[in-house]
Ligand binder design. Sequence first.
Ligand code: HEC
Length: 217
Amino acid sequence: MKSLNNIFIIVLIAGSLVSCSNDKKPNYQFMPNMYESAAYEAYSEGDIFLDGQSAKKPVEGTIPRGWAPYEYEDSTEGLADARENLKNPLPVTQENLAAGSQLYTFYCAVCHGDKGDGKGILATREKFLGIPSYADAGRVLTEGSIYHVQMYGLNAMGSYTAQTDEKERWQITMHVENLMAELKGIPKKLAIDATTETSEIQVDSVATDSLQTEVEN
Ligand code: HEC
């Protein structure tokens, strides 16, 4: 008799719990602002502007900050045009040359080799074929064309616009020109702020000195 009573009570409690919930009505929302933002979501519907959007699209021709339009086309003609007319806006300084050399090591040397002779590690392991030397007689490389291939890539070589910005691509270009000059045995571009011909070595030792002082401190 006692256990029957217990069963009855349990059924009663369970029944009352179930009957109280109503799945037609939404559940309680604690902190509703977390779910339904008071502010408009970007580009959602809104009644502020005439086109029914909550935000205005940027004016046509708008470019992101730090970007400049690139007017040479991704085509053989575009490459020829860039080779002829596109010029490096950066001055040849120790800083730009050093940055270019470092970026080249990151992004290009795996294929083109540290010296630009086309014997990077991916070339020697035959992962990529047809990587040219910058001194290849069949190629005419200018600052414009070196920049252009970094923008769009060329056949097996990809574009580097995702990894580098405009300034970095020009710094790399300077370094590639110097590698080419070295391979061809023609004069290299010298930094305008270089005091002596051994300035590169001096820059390195300055960098090491300041590192050492940092460590000592
Ligand atoms: C995955 C390997 C690979 C990497 C990494 C690579 N390249 Fe290339 N690059 C190639 C190949 C392959 C070619 C030959 C393309 C062709 O002519 O078909 C080439 C060609 C070139 C040329 C010659 C273009 C011409 O006008 O003939 C230049 C200059 C060049 N690369 C610069 C760079 C620079 C600068 C970087 C780094 C930002 C870079 N490459 C990274 C594979 C690579």
